[in-house]
Ligand binder design. Structure first.
Ligand code: G6P
Length: 609
């Protein structure tokens, strides 16, 4: 977590750094800081709280500098405080460092450094980095000192270091945490992702682990931490600037919910072969023989991506009749998973940077399995380390609670299911039917979005509740989990998702007149059973909010509230059923006055284990 930004060029860097931090605030927002180099000294301001708090502390006019570094923090070592906020400096304030990641051997290094007389002021692991650099620095070769210091670290880092003795360069490096260089004209930008860079340049360079870059105003040099030169190709980012702005919506989350007709369409564009009822996913790098030789599929992810994986399990098993297991990426590698050459591991990650998901991918590759990625952020670490994969093309997702990535991940999983299925027993007729169903999804999502105001009325009624239960059957069980997660994440209301059939084995004890139960009750083979579950809730005076198929007159006899969604192929129903759940959580969170885009304690991209 944490976001880092650096600038060196001929403009005043303060606003560039502050704007950059705001675009990275999704990575952490408990404290922030900025250091500008001017007149051979640092001007440093830090503040606990969000970037807006930092801005309040910045003295107008007096803070200048055409190079600087900045940081927005998600605390790991040491509570959020002014002292623990980055940038961190040596005692003489000659060196400053911003860091994203975790230094696992910080305690032993700190002891060594303290023995040598270094004085620490913060509780952070990061502070050892700046003291280590100081140890190796003679005032004239910052890249060498940074390289020596970083080689002593165990753990993960994306860092930017600066020295007042060499005010015309910044040194940045990565291992396990993301780092991007933006290449402008006589100006360069460093950041944890491209969001702070795209307003100024589209030309970027992504770094691999153990690479370092030394940036001046008239160029940059890339190398390993041992100073071996590395040639890096730049690439062009095709993000539109409006995609990282709110465009008139009150929150990024609402904007992203409303973008789904378009983002789902983008995820399938150019990937369907309607005539033969199959899909084309060239990024997987698999020929027909490879596809047929897959005997077992594992899908791993965290959070919302894990829920998408569960939906994928239903889709792939039904279409391809190939066994699928879904794993929490965070658990996967710790239990010595069985992987052989006929196993494919798909890792799903919106950010492409989640540490546990990356570790799962590496584990599969080490065991000679096929490790493929389903990723949103182009050029992210998982995207680059995967042996092949599919970009979901949902565009930047800024709201910490994932919404549009979920529907795009499911869209891609459906295309994968069709592709694998058509190499096995899936008929072209059934393949075409699902593809046509997918093509209709964007229009159907639009119809659901048009009911947002109705959902808001339901939200008004339940915004003061303390608990929610979400029930779904079959492929809609993961949707129940996702609905509950959205509610927890952004409104801080306790919510649990359950397979409706499991209700009798525990959660039913919780049901009384104060318990709202959201039931996914769209028409499919489990419809009758779910109606029975609704009656069981009603018999105990629970309040039922049902997600029902348009035109279902039966369900109104039992449910207190009905949110209608259009009918679709049962395997695609999660793509529609999740939309009202996203809106319900959103409207309740707004009503409760919660910070929807930046919920407490969470971060968009969890780059620590
Ligand atoms: C964090 C975010 C979630 C996200 C999860 C996995 O917990 O707050 O919204 O689903 O990480 O992230 P990924 O980028 O790997 O999909």
């Amino acid at each position: 977590m944490c976001g880092i930004v650096g600038y060196i060029g001929n403009r005043d860097s303060l606003q560039i750094l502050i704007e950059g931090l705001k675009r990275l605030e999704y990575r952490g927002y408990d404290s922030a800081g900025v250091a500008l180099i001017d007149d051979n000294k640092f001007f440093i301001v830090k503040s606990v709280g969000k970037i807006s708090e930092l801005e309040k502390r910045i003295p107008t006019c007096s803070m200048k500098g055409k190079a600087g570094i900045a940081h927005t923090r998600w605390a790991t070592h040491g509570a959020p405080s002014d002292i623990n906020a980055h940038p961190h400096t040596d005692e003489k304030k000659q060196l400053a460092v911003v860091h994203n990641g975790i230094i696992e051997n910080h305690a032993s290094l700190r002891k060594l450094l303290e023995k040598d007389g270094h004085i620490f002021v913060s509780e952070t692991d990061t502070e050892v980095i700046v003291h280590l650099i100081e140890k190796f620095y003679n005032g004239s070769n910052l890249p060498s000192a940074v390289g020596q210091a970083l080689r002593m670290l165990h753990g993960t880092f994306g860092i930017i270091a600066a020295s007042v003795s060499e005010p015309d360069l910044l040194v940045a490096a990565r291992n396990g945490s993301p780092l991007v260089l933006g290449v402008g004209e006589n100006e360069y930008f460093l950041a944890s992702d491209v969001a702070p860079i795209v307003p100024y340049t589209r030309e970027v360079i992504y770094f691999e682990d153990n690479e370092m870059v030394v940036v001046g105003r008239d160029g940059y040099k890339t190398m390993t931490l041992d100073a071996v030169p590395v040639n890096k190709e730049s690439c062009t980012v095709d993000w539109d600037i409006s995609s990282i702005e709110k465009s008139g919506f009150e929150h990024f989350m609402l904007k992203e919910i409303f973008e789904q007709p378009e983002t789902v369409a983008n995820s399938m564009r150019g990937r369907m072969i309607l005539a033969s009822g199959t899909s084309r996913l060239q990024g997987l790098n698999l020929n027909l023989e490879n596809l047929r030789s897959i005997k077992r599929v594992i899908i791993a992810g965290c959070g919302t991506s894990w829920h998408a994986a569960l939906v994928g399990e239903y889709i792939i098993e039904e279409l391809a009749r190939t066994p699928v297991e879904v794993e929490y990426a965070s658990e996967f590698r710790y239990r010595n998973p069985i992987i052989d050459e006929s196993t494919v591991l798909f890792v799903i990650s919106q950010s492409g940077e989640t540490a546990d998901t990356l570790a799962a991918l590496r584990e599969a590759k080490e065991k000679s399995g096929l490790g493929l990625g389903i990723v949103n952020v182009v050029g992210s670490t998982i995207a680059r380390e995967s042996m092949g994969g599919v970009y979901i093309h949902a565009g930047p997702e800024i709201g910490v609670a994932s919404t549009k990535a979920f529907t795009s991940q499911i869209t891609v999983l459906a295309l994968i299911g069709i592709l694998l299925g058509r190499q096995r027993d899936l008929s072209s007729t059934e393949g075409k039917k699902i593809l046509r169903g997918l093509l209709d999804i964007p229009g159907k999502i639009k119809r659901i979005l048009a009911t947002s105001d109705e959902i808001k009325k339901i939200a008004d009624e339940y915004c003061n509740t303390s608990n929610f239960l979400y029930l779904g059957r079959g492929i809609n069980f993961p949707v129940a989990l996702e609905g509950a997660l959205k509610m927890k994440e952004i409104s801080y209301i306790h919510a649990e998702g359950y397979p409706a059939s499991e209700m009798k084995h525990g959660p039913i004890a919780l049901i009384d007149e104060n318990m709202p139960v959201v039931v996914i009750a769209t028409k499919d083979s489990a419809y009758e059973k779910i109606i029975s579950n609704i009656q069981e809730v009603k018999a105990r005076k629970g309040k039922v909010i049902a997600i029902a198929t348009e035109g279902d007159t039966e369900i109104s006899k039992y449910a207190d509230h009905i949110i209608e969604v259009p009918a679709t192929h049962h395997l695609l129903s999660p793509l529609l059923n999740v939309i009202p759940l996203q809106l319900l959580a959103y409207h309740i969170a707004v009503k409760r006055g919660c910070n929807v885009d930046q919920p407490r304690n969470l971060a968009k991209s969890v780059t620590v284990e």
